[in-house]
Design a binder for this molecule. Structure first.
Ligand code: CA
Ligand code: CA
Ligand code: CA
Ligand code: CA
Length: 332
């Protein structure tokens, strides 16, 4: 029996090592595996912002590595607004338009307006490759709809990431209910088959927290060179516990949080040790009682006013705090 438990332990250790191997990429699920976020959420444009969506639009970018030369799909889980998962106000009357863009104008490094942060319609730049409106439709309830197939070269090439970039825009074009959904980037239409080295990112993250006050959700912005401080903005957090910033350098820096239908901003200093890595924004729900159906918006910009990206698969992996242990010899 002793040997059996040892073997079991060894297998468990091996599986743990595999799970943390950098060769395995989980960037295809949005929200990502490490984020522990149940759903993205976009409300119909006649919704009330106090329900947690400030602009009724959500924009995500997918990066397909240059070396991947097969077709792929962008799948949307529960694209409808009705039945399971969605947030009703009165009756389900929200219509949601999903649109996939490729080609020139999509890459948010070259075209700042493509990020969709300045309340203009210019985020629709690029070639429209596919689009579909979803209402309250049982056909798509608790199921996937697959956009595609797309060829990688239909994207906008970005040299820095050595990847083709695609954009998916979700707009609540009518109604006032909240559409909850997820994305999955897949090389197969009917199965979730990840594409190695692919990732996804956004600049303004609107998501649903779990209805579980023990859960911790995470989002992972990437700190590029030249960043000395970042301004965080959170909206409609419902005073639901605390938001902490964790990095290799920060053990858990609390940031000011918003309450109902308001925005709170603060500036977070960035240390040299944090450059070229991801930060871990941790969302710890209130313990005393359960805040239900909490939708929240978060966005970041650097000291120059440039927006930071949140990656579904954290660049460089999940950051782990490394206490600085000073080993000074006594000189006496
Ligand atoms: Ca549904
Ligand atoms: Ca409604
Ligand atoms: Ca939905
Ligand atoms: Ca909220």
């Amino acid at each position: 029996m002793k040997l059996g438990s040892r073997v079991k332990k060894l297998i468990a250790l091996l599986m743990l090592a595999m799970a943390f191997s950098p060769g395995l990429v989980h960037g295809q699920a949005v929200p990502g595996k490490d984020e522990n976020i149940p759903f993205l959420v976009t409300f119909g444009k006649f919704g009330e912002t106090s329900w947690g969506d400030d602009d009724f639009v959500s924009i995500f970018f997918f990066t397909i590595p240059k070396d991947f030369n097969r077709q792929f799909y962008i799948k949307v889980f529960d694209p409808d607004c009705g039945g399971q998962h969605d947030e009703i106000q009165g009756v389900f009357d929200t219509k949601t338009l999903f649109s996939v863009y490729g080609g020139k104008g999509v890459d948010p490094d070259k075209n700042v307006e493509s990020r969709g942060l300045k309340d203009t319609d210019n985020y629709k730049q690029g070639n429209l490759l596919a689009s579909k409106v979803f209402g309250n439709e049982p056909t798509y309830d608790n199921r996937y709809y697959a956009f595609g197939p797309f060829n990688p070269t239909e994207g906008d090439y970005n040299e820095k990431w050595r990847s083709y970039i695609f954009k998916i825009v979700c707009e609540g074009i009518s109604g006032d209910d909240g559409n909850l959904y997820r994305y999955f980037l897949s090389s197969d239409k009917n199965n979730d088959i990840p594409i190695e080295g692919a990732n996804a990112f956004t600049y303004e993250y609107t998501f649903r927290m779990w209805n579980d006050n023990k859960s911790i959700s995470h989002i992972y912005p990437y700190v590029d060179t030249g960043i000395v401080s970042i301004k965080q903005r959170n909206f409609d957090w419902d005073d639901d516990g605390i938001i902490l910033v964790v990095s290799t350098y920060k053990q858990g820096l609390p940031v000011p949080v918003s309450n109902e239908n308001d925005t709170v901003e603060s500036v977070i200093p960035i240390e040299a040790a944090e450059i070229g890595k991801s930060l871990d924004f941790q969302f710890h729900k209130k313990k005393e009682f359960l805040v239900r159906n909490n939708n929240v918006v978060i966005a970041l910009e650097n000291q120059r006013g440039d927006a930071l990206q949140f990656f579904s698969s954290p660049i460089g992996g999940v950051p782990v705090y490394q206490p600085v242990i000073s080993v000074r010899k006594k000189t006496k």
